[in-house]
Design a protein around this ligand. Structure first.
Ligand code: MG
Length: 361
């Protein structure tokens, strides 16, 4: 049998505790409950993918995702991974209703194909930016907690703080002031995860300006279907307005751009899969739209895959791939190219994503 034929497939749960609950305006992760998808080629080389399950954001459950991954396994068993583009297209056709599974299955195909070729996923995508430094997220909570977390992460070397907002505006003002005090001179991004009306969002930004705080980007201030609200804010605010929940497909992004509704888009593999993510990247680049690379709650495996994608293609303005720093022990091995202060040194990876699950726990 040819060494590149997929011989074995496995699906398993990936569970880990968090240092602190990952809370946003629409809900909270108290632990990580993801899935790992493994492909093994006839020659013994393995490729890995991770499905990030964020039920409070996408509605996808782990049960359904595991089922979709088993289906992906049936599709891929016996296929020749050197024909990876056909495999990616087939998965996109079959798993469109479960994007977490789609991303994981495509990730495993690409990890395996690039390991077999002896190139990193970063090189495969174009080797444009050799290292990326992520922001760090300040989750919803009290002002005191926001200040203490920011102080700790600033001391560790983080310089960009992405503040989740949208539950209580007065508390959010206090939180932002605490962050500003703890990380003087550092950049701030905002992410409201759909919490405001357009008017409220403008009021919030103006309130921040009075406090001497100007975020570099405002992500998903309004409901995902409120395209008029996004367009209104894009016209009125001095900083880029970035779509995340509103940008769940290539069609979504096309519509947002043609209506001049946003000036930035957050690409997540878990929303789009790899093929469509690349299409969104190309469309945004052609239209002068800024790009953020984001993720759901993901271990080093999926986070590194996203970093390879963004660093390989290049042209990303905002990097938001920090969730490994919230996870106590994912069991992933090989991620030493991700430093404690959030730098992905992609040019150090020899083959594939460069991260693999340790022995099943
Ligand atoms: Mg977001």
């Amino acid at each position: 049998m040819k060494d590149t034929i997929i011989r074995k497939v496995s699906v398993r749960e990936l569970d880990a505790e968090l240092f602190t609950p990952f809370t946003i305006s629409t809900g909270s992760h108290r632990s990580m409950e993801n899935a790992v998808f493994t492909l093994e080629a006839a020659g013994g080389v393995k490729g890995f993918g991770e499905a990030a399950i964020a039920t409070h954001i996408t509605g996808e459950t782990r049960e359904a995702t595991m089922k979709s991954l088993r289906r992906a396994g049936e599709l891929l068993r016996g296929a020749d991974v050197s024909n990876y583009l056909a495999a990616l297209c087939r998965l996109e056709g079959e798993l469109d209703g479960n994007r977490a599974a789609l991303a994981a299955a495509q990730m495993a195909v690409l990890d395996l194909a690039t390991r077999l070729q002896g190139v990193s996923l970063w090189r495969f995508f174009g080797a444009r930016t050799p290292s990326l430094k992520t922001d760090i997220t300040v989750v919803i909570g009290g002002a005191k907690a926001a200040g203490a977390f920011t102080r700790k992460m600033r001391a560790r070397g983080f310089k960009i703080f992405k503040i989740k907002t949208g539950v209580d505006m007065d508390e959010d003002f206090r939180r932002l002031e605490a962050v500003k005090k703890a990380a003087a001179g550092c950049a701030v991004y905002l992410d409201a995860n759909c919490a405001y009306s357009a008017g409220e969002a403008e009021k919030f930004i103006k309130g921040l300006a009075r406090r001497g705080i100007r975020p570099e980007v405002v992500e998903q201030p309004v409901k995902k279907d409120d395209i008029d609200g996004l367009a209104w804010l894009t016209r009125r605010l001095p900083m880029p307005v970035c779509a995340d929940e509103s940008a769940y497909s290539l069609d979504d992004v096309y519509r947002l751009i043609s209506r001049r509704a946003v000036s930035a888009v957050n690409i997540k593999l878990t929303k789009l899969g790899f093929l469509r993510a690349r299409e969104v990247w190309a469309l945004a680049r052609a239209k002068g739209i800024k790009l953020m690379m984001g993720e759901m709650l993901e271990s080093e495996l999926a986070s590194a895959a996203a970093a390879h994608f963004a660093g390989g293609l290049g042209g990303f303005d905002f990097i938001d791939l920090d969730t490994p720093f919230f996870i106590k022990d994912s069991g992933m091995k090989g991620a030493s190219f991700l430093s404690r202060d959030g730098v992905y040194s992609l040019d150090r990876v020899k083959a594939g994503i460069g991260v693999a699950p340790g022995a099943a726990r």
